[in-house]
Design a protein around this ligand. Structure first.
Ligand code: CS2
Length: 496
């Protein structure tokens, strides 16, 4: 029998003021940030830090559904298939769909009560070139925002216009907190916002630079997209009839740079780690957790696995990501003092094994061009800078499997959709280069993804080519066999 613990909201939702506007109302926001705010409001019996959650592009249906229920919903936090915490959440006090008409959103953003704007718009929502993280001025949506600054479409454009209006009204700026999986996400958000603001005037961009705080944060909780199957499961196991419910793992972590000039919730009492420097936490999580996720996604899909739990249940895959984390990624990290990397790695493997989550590999495989630089390539580059002859077989296999995945067709001729802003470029690459040699050579020249340093590294190119050839000619099992050989040699040298 499954053990269910129930946690209720204990404050009066009507007594909560909205101090945070959140852009990107998806499952992750509802199961992560909103839960921290819920704990805060529960502990303080309400307060000024309720959330107005907004979608700017898609999913107006979720906004309507939430509003129909006074924005109250539930989270099912699965420790494993036997234990779940069922939590009521009232932290989202208002929801908005700002599709064509952004004015109601600007009313919120320009309110004196709004002190913080948080973002989960995914990597591509910042419009930064994946490899060098400069604003993609030539992107049609950014072009639109440059030409129509008062009616922007993108998140950076919305922030620029809102800050412009606040400045004109003599209101202090809000703090902008990115909650997306990017290294230095605060700095990158500022880069996108200031890069766009420069088109209004250099002086305004400088004002943002000088007066707006963009703290960085590391977010962590595995929250698969909700599917019909997960809703049915919640109905069956928890008798849940909440169409806005979200299911996730029990683990949750949020590390936030403590830089909020307009004030912030007293989050440190709700399990949020408020720190001076988030960078060591971000790179650790991105390269170890997300890096392994992406490896499991591309190599796992090539092996016909569907979920993360299925893939890590295969010993060869567990050995593969253990090898990647221990010998390829961990040595590149400047770890937070309190972290014992060996324990962190093992805890990730057991989190991945949580089979209640049904976390689809195809979900993780989305937007690879935007993800792999910070997950695999920055670490690889760091390794090559300190030792140009490094052997990064797992990373090379990841790149090869990604390259194979973006072909959109497996070896048996079954097709799948490649959901990626660079899908067209990648598909044309495959049509142009039918031979592995030219394909790998041309792929590594995509400097939106691969830095020149990496693409010019001979041993890396050779490793990717050899991994690609093995993958397509001998299959996944043979591709993974290198971990047996290498781990035996390496175990003795790894201190953990
Ligand atoms: C995943 C992440 O979809 C993905 O790319 O790697 O969403 C991952 O589940 C979270 O970052 C975990 O904190």
């Amino acid at each position: 029998m499954i053990k269910i613990t129930t946690t209720k909201s204990v404050y009066e939702p009507d007594k909560v003021d909205v101090g945070i506007v959140h852009i990107g109302l998806g499952a992750f926001h509802r199961a992560h940030q909103a839960v921290y705010i819920e704990k805060n409001l529960n502990r303080n019996q309400g307060g000024d830090w309720g959330i107005c959650a907004v979608n700017i592009r898609s999913n107006s249906q979720l906004v309507d559904q939430l509003k129909a229920n006074d924005c109250r919903y539930h989270i099912a936090e699965y420790q494993d298939s036997q234990q779940v915490e069922w939590r009521e959440v009232n932290a989202i006090r208002d929801a908005l769909f700002a599709g064509q008409d952004k004015e109601p959103l600007f009313v919120k953003l320009v309110s004196a009560k709004t002190k913080i704007v948080t973002l989960t718009v995914t990597e591509k929502g910042y419009y930064l070139a994946p490899a060098d993280k400069t604003l993609r001025q030539d992107d049609p949506s950014i072009q639109h925002d440059i030409e129509n600054p008062n009616a922007p479409k993108t998140a950076p454009g919305i922030l620029v216009e809102a800050l412009y209006r606040r400045k004109a009204l003599g209101l202090p700026p809000f703090t902008v907190l990115s909650c997306d999986n990017m290294p230095n996400n605060g700095h990158l958000t500022r880069q996108a916002v200031c890069g766009l603001a420069e088109h209004r005037s250099k002086a305004f961009a400088q004002w943002i630079y000088d007066h707006v705080a963009f703290p960085s944060s590391m977010v962590d909780r595995i929250v698969p997209a909700m599917s019909e199957a997960s809703h049915e499961r919640l109905q069956r196991e928890l008798n849940c009839h909440d169409e806005n419910a979200v299911m996730c793992e029990a683990f949750s972590q949020w590390v936030v740079e403590d830089n909020f000039p307009q004030g912030r919730p007293d989050w440190e009492h709700d399990g949020v780690q408020m720190v001076k420097d988030v960078h060591p936490f971000e790179t650790m999580k991105l390269r170890l957790l997300n890096g392994s996720h992406s490896l499991l996604a591309y190599v796992g899909l090539a092996a016909k696995y569907k979920t993360v739990a299925q893939a890590v249940a295969d010993e060869k895959f567990a050995a593969f990501i253990r090898h990647y984390m221990s010998f390829e990624a961990a040595p590149t990290l400047d770890l937070p003092e309190e972290v014992k990397v060996h324990e962190y790695i093992e805890s990730l493997i057991s989190r991945f094994a949580n089979d209640s989550l049904q976390h689809q590999l195809s979900q993780i495989a989305m937007d690879g061009s935007q993800k792999i630089p910070q997950r695999w390539l920055n670490g690889a580059e760091a390794r090559f800078s300190s030792d140009s002859d490094s052997v990064l077989a797992a990373t090379a296999l990841g790149v090869a499997a990604w390259l194979f995945y973006v072909r959109g067709e497996d070896l048996e001729g079954n097709t799948h959709k490649v959901d990626d802003p660079m899908a067209d470029v990648l598909s044309k690459l495959h049509s142009r280069c039918s031979e592995p040699e030219s394909l790998v050579r041309e792929a590594l020249k995509l400097n939106d993804i691969f830095s020149t340093k990496l693409s010019q590294n001979e041993s890396f190119s050779r490793a990717v080519l050899s991994a690609y050839q093995t993958l397509i000619s001998s299959g996944v099992v043979e591709s993974l066999s290198f971990t047996d050989k290498l781990s035996n040699n390496n175990t003795a040298n790894f201190g953990g």
